[in-house]
Design a protein around this ligand. Structure first.
Ligand SMILES: Cc1cc2nc3c(=O)[nH]c(=O)nc-3n(C[C@H](O)[C@H](O)[C@H](O)COP(=O)(O)OP(=O)(O)OC[C@H]3O[C@@H](n4cnc5c(N)ncnc54)[C@H](O)[C@@H]3O)c2cc1C
Length: 426
């Protein structure tokens, strides 16, 4: 069944990427339609509004100084943001032993450990400088870096357990996967794109500095409001046919067919293989999309009747090797609904995803009890969680990260798509 006439552009996916593209085209006067699989917009940004806490971001949330485009878009749409609390002490929790610190990095006193740790951090930044952000496979040492995982690099270069622990936490928290699963080239590239290691890990002046008042899903919701009936929800795309001359035929699961001159896919690479392409995708592109696995993450928010950790001179930040890799204060900017956001990532997420929500809540509360050395942690008033591994139209989160060998063998097919030139990133 054919629907409507021919549009200028069909955008697949109503996450921030797809809707931003659609907004830009619509503002230029083009006739654009957005086809979205879910019954909501926002994709990996998802703000629960029915929760007792007014609004809760269970998906992507943090923005910081290097993320200029989303900050600009938020401003344009009239969405305010606020700084995440980092006034008091942070905690580094390894093997259930808490160590407090201030600023971005834990303090260490053994001079050899300091040398090793500083050397690792500096090496990441120095090597990342070599990497072209647009084409990491063109880096002079691309083959060498892409032949190993972050784990392999640690085996060769780290002398101290402290360095291994912090790098493992960095990967688990930053990529929602394990050091053995990520190419060292991909790791360096990601750090480069995020403005260096310190920016990547930091709250103040870093990637975790701010959150949007009212939740991050508003970005998509506000763009969708502007686009109105051009955004069609509950329409998973099942087929793209480019064999009929200068028209692209896009079929959704109900059987309806939409036509356009161009198609933009804003679908994560890991799940794009569910769409049937005619003609088939180029060989290496077809192989590439099988090699960008999404991370494993259960995002949790634990609420308390007071922000008792602040009374104990803790800001809420905990980095550790327990069930939660990273924690921050998630109290609303007006001080209401005191809470701690925590990420169960990588192996930890796979270990506990079979448990009940209540069992995970207890483990998370015990983790906070150890981190802040306070039994107050054991009495949350509410617990919200979202398991992104269950999400059919995300496949996991926060993003896909390539294992060794993929960027150098298939990377350029991010860009070179033959007939599918507009279907770039997902
Ligand atoms: C728990 C979590 C925490 C995160 N934390 C942060 C953070 O703090 N800071 C940060 O910058 N980023 C973070 N991210 C990542 C960030 O949310 C994503 O990078 C971003 O939202 C991706 O937007 P997108 O539009 O590119 O993709 P998506 O949001 O994935 O949008 C893709 C859209 O395509 C739709 N779709 C899929 N298949 C089809 C199909 N066949 N037909 C039609 N539609 C389809 C999906 O339903 C979805 O709406 C986090 C993500 C998660 C989940």
């Amino acid at each position: 069944m054919s629907n409507n006439g021919k549009h200028d552009v069909i955008v697949i996916g109503a996450g921030i990427s797809g809707l931003s593209a659609a907004k830009l085209l619509h503002d230029q006067g083009l006739d654009v339609v957005v086809l979205e699989a879910r019954d909501r917009v926002g994709g990996r940004t998802y703000t629960l509004k029915e929760s007792a806490e007014k609004y809760v971001d269970v998906g992507g949330s943090y923005i910081g100084p290097t993320q200029n485009r989303i900050i600009r878009l938020g401003k344009e749409l009239g969405i305010g943001n606020y700084k995440v609390n980092e006034e008091e002490r942070s905690v580094f929790l390894i093997k259930d032993k808490p160590q407090t610190f201030r600023g971005s990095l834990p303090s260490i006193y053994n001079p050899f450990t300091v040398m090793d740790y500083v050397s690792c951090w500096r090496t990441f930044d120095d090597l990342a400088k070599e990497i072209p952000a647009e084409a990491p496979w063109k880096c002079p040492h691309a083959l060498e870096y892409d032949s190993m995982s972050v784990e392999n690099w640690m085996d060769k270069n780290c002398w101290s357990n402290f360095s291994r622990d912090t790098i493992t936490i960095l990967v688990r928290l930053g990529f929602a996967t394990e050091p053995c699963s990520v190419s060292f080239l991909y790791f360096l590239w990601y750090i480069k794109c995020g403005g260096g290691v310190l920016r990547f890990v930091s709250t103040t002046n870093g990637g975790q500095e701010r959150k949007m008042i009212g939740g991050s899903q508003q970005v998509s919701q506000k763009i969708a409001e502007k686009l109105g009936a051009r955004v069609l929800l509950s329409n998973p795309v099942s087929k793209i046919d480019q064999t009929k001359g200068d028209v692209v035929m896009v079929t959704v699961v109900s059987g309806e067919v939409y036509q356009a001159s161009f198609v933009i896919s804003a679908v994560p690479q890991a799940i794009i293989g569910r769409i049937a392409f005619s003609p088939p995708l180029p060989a290496l592109r077809n192989q590439l999309i099988q090699r960008i696995p999404m991370g494993s993450c259960i995002k949790t928010i634990t609420y308390y009747d007071t922000a008792w950790w602040r009374e104990l001179d803790y800001c809420g930040i905990v980095l550790g090797d327990g069930i939660i890799s990273g924690t921050q204060d998630d109290t609303k900017p007006d001080g209401s609904y005191p809470g701690l956001v925590g990420f169960i990532n990588g192996d930890r997420a796979r270990e506990v995803c079979h448990l009940t929500k209540e069992e995970r809540k207890e483990r998370v509360a015990q983790h906070y009890c150890k981190a802040f050395s306070s039994k107050k942690a054991l009495n949350p008033v509410n617990y919200v969680e979202h398991n992104w591994m269950e999400e059919e139209y995300s496949g996991g989160c926060y993003m896909g990260a390539t294992p060794p060998g993929v960027l150098t063998s298939f990377g350029k097919f991010y860009m070179l798509l033959g007939k599918y030139q507009l279907m770039l990133y997902g």
